[in-house]
Design a protein around this ligand. Structure first.
Ligand code: ASP
Length: 404
């Protein structure tokens, strides 16, 4: 991805969109051109998203077979990572359920047939009905699920096939390698598509800014504040508490260990780039054995993303409101499950969580261009969530050391 062009083209698109809308009341040829670019870019993303999810999840599960050989350490690590991700997502969803100041402003898109949204709707439908809906999207013909871009169905199929392969394939089977080669092939296609990301972003920013007014900007600012607040609660209260209770690490010792890695995470927005510092801090400041840190931390930088998970949960609810997509209780459960999965799949690089966010958006019917709205404020948000991602990994190393 030509990330150098990422920010300038985003700003250029936003600026042109704003100038064109405010000064000329729209510029026909530029409006048409950016609409074409936006539609083609989003169509290309939609094209690759199903095979990408299916094969990366399948190979991811097969790779988890490797943690079996790490025995108890692998089990404790994966359990801790799953627990903290679940807490982060629940925290995000609970916070956003009570605190959603942006609903004071009108949404960006009013869909005529939509009368309610999650945050003002009376939750109708029995628990049984919700469960039935959820299950019928999950347990569906795999081919129909793929053709309909039913993300929940695709995920269920991939998990089922992955688990079946993990338990039934012999140790020397060629399938895991073959599948991971197919995944590589799909990653290559995804990379090709993503080379057009700057152009896509330019077009999305242009199209969106033409529709953005001060109300939208105020909503975005409030969204950012809610994300910051919830991330701070997770990073300053929930995780230190877990470090103390589960890892036996006092808040003072934790603060000493976290200083350098968290600062680096803030500056680089990349948990992968922070890994060397996290390893040193785990060994020197938290007393984690080198071989354990060498297993737990790289795994954490790949699958444990508390900050990302929390951000994604809040972002989905925010965007559902902004684009007038109603979310019922079943959708919220789907958001929870999807966020667990996609945050685990997010790469530890700047904006690595954005691809996963698109997958969650698709799964609850929010239009893909909604991502453009969050991208306008993505940079500062990424720094903080990466710092919390790194904090979660480091605490994970202390917990895993203690319980394995
Ligand atoms: N930048 C994050 C990280 O490296 C991933 C993301 O949420 O975008 O941990």
């Amino acid at each position: 991805m030509n990330s150098r062009w990422f920010a300038p083209l985003l700003v250029l698109g936003a600026l042109l969109g704003w100038l064109s809308a405010t000064m000329f009341g729209g510029t026909a040829w530029l409006d048409d051109l950016t609409l074409l670019l936006q539609t083609s870019f989003l169509a290309a993303l939609r094209m690759i998203i199903v095979p990408l999810i299916f094969f990366s999840l399948l190979t991811g599960i097969l790779q988890l077979r490797g943690t079996r050989s790490m025995g108890r350490l692998g089990g404790v690590t994966v359990a801790y990572y799953a627990l903290t991700s679940a807490i982060a997502i629940s925290l995000g969803l609970v916070v956003v359920f009570f605190i959603h100041p942006w609903t004071a402003y009108p949404p960006l898109t009013e869909l005529p047939e939509v009368t309610t949204t999650l945050l003002d709707a009376e939750q109708d439908g029995s628990v049984l009905g919700i469960l039935q809906n959820l299950l019928s999207s999950m347990l569906t013909n795999p081919f129909t699920a793929m053709a309909d871009v039913n993300i929940l169905g695709v995920l269920t199929t991939a998990i089922l096939f992955g688990l079946a392969a993990a338990v039934s394939l012999p140790e020397d089977s060629k399938w895991p390698d073959m599948l991971s080669e197919v995944t590589q092939l799909i990653y290559t296609c995804a990379r090709w598509i993503l080379t057009t990301l700057p152009v896509g972003l330019f077009a999305i920013a242009y199209q969106l800014t033409g529709r953005i007014d001060t109300d939208t900007l105020a909503s975005l600012g409030q969204f950012a504040l809610v994300v910051f607040g919830a991330t701070a609660v997770h990073g300053l209260i929930v995780l230190p508490l877990l470090a103390w209770l589960l890892g036996g690490v006092s808040p003072a010792r934790l603060a000493r260990a976290l200083g350098q890695p968290m600062l680096t995470a803030l500056l680089t927005s990349s948990s992968a780039a922070t890994l060397p510092l996290s390893m040193t801090a785990a060994e020197e400041k938290l007393g984690v054995a080198r071989n354990k840190a060498a297993f737990v931390l790289p795994l954490g930088a790949t699958i444990n993303m508390d900050g990302t998970a929390l951000f994604e949960a809040i972002a989905v609810v925010f965007l559902a409101y902004m684009f007038s997509v109603p979310l019922d209780a079943g959708d919220i459960i789907a958001v929870f499950l999807m966020t667990m999965l996609v945050s685990a799949g997010a790469p530890g690089i700047p904006s690595g969580g954005m691809t996963g966010l698109q997958v969650i958006l698709l799964s609850v019917g929010i239009p893909l261009e909604a991502i453009g709205l969050v991208l306008l404020i993505e940079r500062p948000l990424d720094t903080f969530r990466t710092a919390v991602n790194v904090e979660g990994d480091l605490i994970g190393s202390a917990v895993a050391q203690r319980w394995s």
